[in-house]
Design a binder for this molecule. Structure first.
Ligand code: SAH
Length: 276
């Protein structure tokens, strides 16, 4: 059982293991691992006035009914163009509020990235849905690699869809956090977590049918491209903080890859090496 919800530490401006409200390096909890676009407005309803009932802060009351909140999140994702029902089903199956600090659990079903400590964020639900839809393309996923496990949320979503999920995290504390989340949801046997530098991939486990990179580099590491199976797909944010895009790469031959630029995004940085 989870303890009763406590107010967000950021509401009071206090400092805890998440640090202060700024995540540093120009990122904030509201803009990391997110799509860059105007705020979401439901097509059918006008935007509520600030502070009015139904505003962003009152729409989501997940503590009492997380399944209903999750259903609303899925509807928003549909409204925002996510069409793959298998992916939507996978997001519906994973209790996102269990992957964030209790003080942020009431915000877990907003379409936002949230801090998970160590200057990192849990990805925005739209970003998770978009990345997985694009790499899976309505196919069954066999063996998948994720770079940047963070708190383990996206790995848990991938585990609903893929035969075998491997995920690498370079920050020891987050690797342990992901492990404890996946263990408590009984998903640890379905996700092989590794502590290490994901830029090197997992050559001993490759080839992968899909690779999902959850942090942005200036280049997509060549070892990851080399570890794609023929016909396999990789999705990764690429570029400097102010102008990143999701890049979709498909391996079309032994030494050829087809590359396509997708949505404008803002992600935490892909870093070499590990943080003990
Ligand atoms: N997948 C997460 C997103 C976590 S944020 C989710 O479900 O929401 C991105 C993560 O990538 C961070 O935890 C960061 O530490 C990690 N990361 C950055 N560079 C990395 C690298 N080279 N290898 C492995 N993990 C990396």
């Amino acid at each position: 059982m989870r303890k009763p919800l406590t107010p967000s530490p950021f509401a009071k401006g206090t400092t805890n293991r998440f640090g202060r409200s700024s995540l540093g390096h120009g990122f904030s909890a509201s803009n990391s691992n997110t799509r860059v676009q105007p705020p979401y407005r439901p097509a059918s309803a006008p935007a509520p006035a600030a502070g009015a009932p139904g505003g962003a802060s009152t729409i989501v009351n997940m503590g009492l009914n997380s399944e209903r909140s999750r259903g609303m999140m899925i509807q928003r994702l549909r409204d925002q163009g996510i069409r793959d029902e298998r992916v939507l089903g996978a997001l519906m199956a994973v209790p996102r509020h269990l992957f964030v600090d209790q003080g942020l659990a009431s915000r877990a079903y907003e379409d936002a990235a949230l801090p998970i400590g160590y200057g990192q964020t849990i990805s925005q639900p739209w970003v998770v849905a978009r990345m997985i839809s694009v790499v899976s393309q309505n196919r069954d996923l066999g063996k998948v690699l994720e770079i940047g496990a963070g708190c383990g949320y996206q790995a848990a979503v991938l585990a609903q869809l893929a035969g075998e999920v491997h995920s690498i995290e370079r920050v020891r504390g987050l690797y342990e956090l992901a492990r404890s989340h996946l263990r408590s949801l009984k998903l640890i046997s379905r996700v092989r977590l590794s502590f290490g530098d994901g830029m090197k991939g997992l050559p001993g486990v490759a080839p992968f049918d899909a690779i999902v990179v959850a942090a942005a580099g200036m280049e997509i590491p060549q070892p990851l491209l080399d570890q794609l199976a023929p016909g396999g797909r990789l999705i990764a944010p690429q570029g400097a903080a102010s102008m990143q895009r999701l890049i979709l790469v498909e391996r079309v031959g032994a030494a050829s890859w087809h590359r396509e630029e997708l949505d404008a995004v803002r992600f935490v940085p892909l870093r070499a090496g590990t943080q003990p």
